[in-house]
Ligand binder design. Structure first.
Ligand SMILES: *Cc1c(COP(=O)(O)O)cnc(C)c1O
Length: 473
């Protein structure tokens, strides 16, 4: 044990940052290492020793040992500084839009375009024709409207005459901006069945309040009629908001108006109908709404997330009637929520995938369309490569999920690789997988660790097999 007095003496034994850094030069450390990195490494080691002293973990002898061996500690600190905190992982959970794992992976085309744009200058706000300042929104507006016109089967000229686009940081920012621009100081009508929390504290009632609007709740949780909306319209009403239910589903005795009914009501009272569509789905599946579907219905403004079913970068896309778009893009928050050149590069490339019919290169769409029998044959060949006899491996039917609050009811049939270990339980096995390089993220079903290859790129199958074979130790 060390008293306060002795602690003070121990601190005085520590070398200074300068002493450590100048000794590094003599000890054959990497000559290319910058002074700044040496200082950072020295600080890291000193910080650790100081907190150990403070915790009473050192005697004069143990501290002297540490100081003699400081070179090894510095090497350790430098190695830690070299490895990134943000690292690729293998998502074997079968959750396609896994928010904790970065949601949508980007297409090869998007990656190539980011690389090309990010390393140099680009015409982000420069009009090549006039040589004058341009608008970044215009970079993708035309292409986005062209893709939507193809999918919604509306002539491009009609669409581009009536609609404009804006790109915000994410869906949440886009929704906030739209409501702030169009509804501040007035009332917004929302069905009680759509007053959702999306996750991360994003709740529709609170967003409306922060945007300066007053929420008028319409109907009941399970049933809302168009007449309920009509009865709530007053001279204070500014907007009708429709929210995609994202992460839950109301079943049974339910009813809500079609978008077209809301639009008719909106026209009658001169109120815009805004849809927080969320998923950005380009393809219809079941009764879920789609991005082009909302446009085809004639929505006044629609907001979607770029990195859900649309399969692009994190972004919030707003497509709105020109007069509304003017109000939205002139709002001061538009400047605060706008995106950078990397997002535009990825977004435009993703749109080009849709436009040129190469959307199967978009990972989210490829994973969604994988057939259970193709997943089965990959699982079989992976299992055949497991040679570690401490592992027992089998294949069982199961389900992948879309995730990301994109399609609450949708489950996709898959085949899971179930693994048990002779001595480790499921949670120890999960941890060993997380500790591998790259980390493998899996799930537990009925006390067994399961891997779903739907979300693993095929080129990673052999890496995964190698990791499984080296878990035994
Ligand atoms: C996901 C979602 C959002 C939020 O979008 P982010 O891109 O995650 O910010 C908003 N509204 C709905 C309906 C959503 O599904």
């Amino acid at each position: 044990m060390t008293s306060g007095e002795n602690l003070h003496l121990l601190y005085r034994e520590l070398p200074s940052v300068d002493q450590i850094v100048s000794s590094l030069g003599q000890n054959g450390f990497d000559a290319d290492l910058s002074h700044a990195r040496k200082v950072l490494a020295a600080r890291r080691v000193l910080d650790r020793l100081r907190s150990e002293i403070a915790a009473g973990r050192h005697t004069a002898d143990s501290l002297a040992d540490e100081i003699r061996g400081i070179n090894a500690s510095l090497e350790g600190a430098l190695a830690e500084m070299k490895s990134y905190e943000l690292l690729p992982v293998i998502n074997a959970t079968g959750v396609i839009l896994h928010t904790n794992l970065g949601r949508a992976p980007l297409s090869p085309r998007a990656l190539a375009h980011i690389t090309e744009i990010a390393g140099g200058y680009c015409n982000l706000e420069f009009d090549r024709r006039s040589g004058l300042r341009g608008k970044r929104e215009q970079l993708i507006e035309e292409r986005l409207l062209r893709v939507l016109s193809m999918r919604a089967e509306i002539p491009y000229d009609d669409l581009s005459r009536n609609y404009g686009a804006f790109v915000a940081n994410n869906g949440a920012a886009a929704t906030f901006l739209t409501l702030h621009a169009l509804a501040a100081g007035g009332e917004v009508l929302v069905s009680r069945g759509e007053l959702i929390e999306i996750g991360g504290g994003f709740r529709i009632p609170e967003i409306l309040e922060r945007a300066g609007a007053v929420l008028r709740e319409i109907g009941t949780t399970n049933k809302t009629h168009v007449d309920d909306y009509e009865a709530a319209v007053t001279e204070r009403t500014k907007l009708i908001l429709r929210v995609h239910r994202s992460n839950f589903r109301i079943t049974g005795f339910t009813e809500r108006p079609e978008i077209s009914q809301l639009l008719r009501l909106g026209r009658k009272h001169n109120l815009p109908v805004v849809e927080d569509q969320g998923t950005g789905a380009m393809l219809a599946s079941g009764e879920e709404s789609t991005f082009p579907g909302s446009i085809a219905a004639g929505i006044d403004a629609v907001i979607v997330s770029g990195d859900k079913l649309f399969g692009g970068p994190q972004a919030g896309l707003i497509v709105a009637r020109r007069e509304l778009m003017k109000t939205i893009s002139r709002n001061p928050l538009a400047r605060a929520f706008r995106v950078d050149k990397l997002t535009y590069a990825a977004l435009e490339a993703t749109l080009l995938d849709y436009e040129s019919g190469t959307e199967n290169g978009i990972p989210v769409l490829r994973m969604l369309s994988l057939k259970p029998k193709d997943i089965l044959s990959r699982a079989e060949s992976l299992v055949a490569r497991i040679s570690d006899e401490k592992l027992s491996v089998s294949i069982q039917p199961g389900h992948s999920v879309i995730g990301g609050g994109a399609a609450p009811g949708a489950r996709l049939r898959t085949h899971l690789i179930a693994i048990t270990h002779r001595t480790r339980n499921a949670s120890a096995l999960l941890k060993a997988l997380r500790d591998s390089a790259p980390a493998v993220i899996a799930r537990v079903v009925k006390d067994r660790v399961v891997l779903d290859l739907r979300t693993v790129p095929p080129e990673s199958d052999s890496i995964l097999a190698g990791i499984l074979n080296s878990l035994a130790a």
